[in-house]
Ligand binder design. Structure first.
Ligand code: ADE
Ligand code: ZN
Length: 336
């Protein structure tokens, strides 16, 4: 595209990236070796980096992906492992022009393996500090709850003293909700989101990825979400789409993820034009870049290839992303 230089130079924000989803096969295998962890011996995908990458090109659904995602992250054990993972992501993101990143992690996926909350969070905080000092990025950390686990488990984690301390001192600025969407509607997690609101903790949730547009309305109405992760299926509900546009909620779209997980047949069917025309604000994000083979610049380029956006469209996308970020107005002005 003639716009390629402009797209490279755009000041980017990334707001939907699971740090565990940035675990590239080379780091996965080297951490497995370091800790003497034997990855699923009966799955040929784990025989080599190439076999694993090939398997990642054949995901059949969100749950198929999640199986690999939860196994992969089991190689993360010490603080330095979490730090290395996040630092590699920040370096790559900075190269792609990301100046502000709001990154997810899944505490329960590590707590359930006996990893201490402060062990994982310290690694991420160390990497954040380094990204801020050396790459001049700003970084916010968001803790996500896993919707496929019992709600009581999420509640206990939310109430845990270490987790509460991380909200109070701002190491963690917000909460999210991820994992399997079907069968786990947002309203199940209302109690946690009510508590988060009382503590002034920011709130987002995955909704309308595999599940229906109704989950987007529920995330807004029942959970008091301040933005929506994915929101792909908003396009199926014109009335809700008008409401989201009018009220200015931001969607953190992840188009490459949606294609790889078969939520949409191809990039052309991602309703980018429809959202732009309807005034629905969205940012473009990588979701799980190591699993979907695309970081943020790859994602922007793939969108441009399929949708041939104008300079003005790109300015709209980047401005909306910056304005929808959970940083200070002062920092937003620096990013503009
Ligand atoms: N966890 C990591 N990536 C996810 C996604 N795309 N949807 C739900 N949960 C996730
Ligand atoms: Zn996600």
């Amino acid at each position: 595209s003639a716009l390629h230089p402009l797209i490279c130079a755009l000041p980017k924000v990334e707001q939907h990236i699971h740090l565990e989803g940035a675990l590239e096969p080379d780091l996965l295998f080297s951490l497995a070796a370091k800790h003497g962890i034997k990855l699923l011996a009966d799955d040929a995908a784990f025989t080599s980096e190439q076999a694993l990458r090939d398997r990642y090109l054949r995901f059949t659904s969100l749950d198929d992906f999640l199986g690999y995602y939860y196994i992969g992250m089991s190689v993360l054990r010490e603080s330095v492992d979490f730090c290395e993972l996040a630092w590699r992501y920040f370096q790559r993101a900075a190269k792609d022009g990301v100046r502000h990143a709001e990154v997810f992690f899944d505490p329960q996926a590590h707590l359930s393996r006996g990893i201490d909350y402060n062990t994982m969070l310290q690694g991420f905080v160390d990497a954040k500090k380094r990204a801020e000092d050396e790459l001049h990025m700003s970084v916010n950390i968001i803790a996500c709850f896993l919707r496929h686990l019992p709600v009581a488990d999420s509640l206990a984690v939310f109430d845990n003293a270490d987790v509460q301390a991380s909200f109070r001192d701002g190491r963690v600025v917000g909460i999210g909700l991820d994992s399997s969407e079907n069968d786990f509607p947002p309203v199940m997690f209302k109690e946690i989101y009510d508590k988060a609101r009382d503590l002034n903790v920011r709130r987002t949730a995955h909704a309308g990825e595999e599940g229906p547009a109704q989950n987007i309305a529920s995330a807004l109405d029942n959970l008091g979400c301040q933005r929506i992760d994915h929101g792909l299926r908003l396009a199926e509900d014109p009335v809700l789409m008008k409401r989201v546009a009018d009220e200015g909620f931001l969607l953190t779209l992840c188009p490459v993820s949606n294609i790889l997980l078969r939520c949409v047949p191809s990039m052309k069917e991602v309703p980018i034009r429809k959202f732009l025309d309807a005034g629905v604000k969205f940012s473009l994000n990588s979701d799980d870049p190591a699993y979907f083979g695309a970081y943020i610049l790859d994602t922007y380029c793939a969108v441009q290839e399929a949708h041939n956006l104008s300079v003005k469209d790109w300015e709209t996308i980047c401005t909306n992303g910056i304005q929808g970020s959970w940083c200070s107005d002062e920092r937003k002005n620096e990013l503009m």
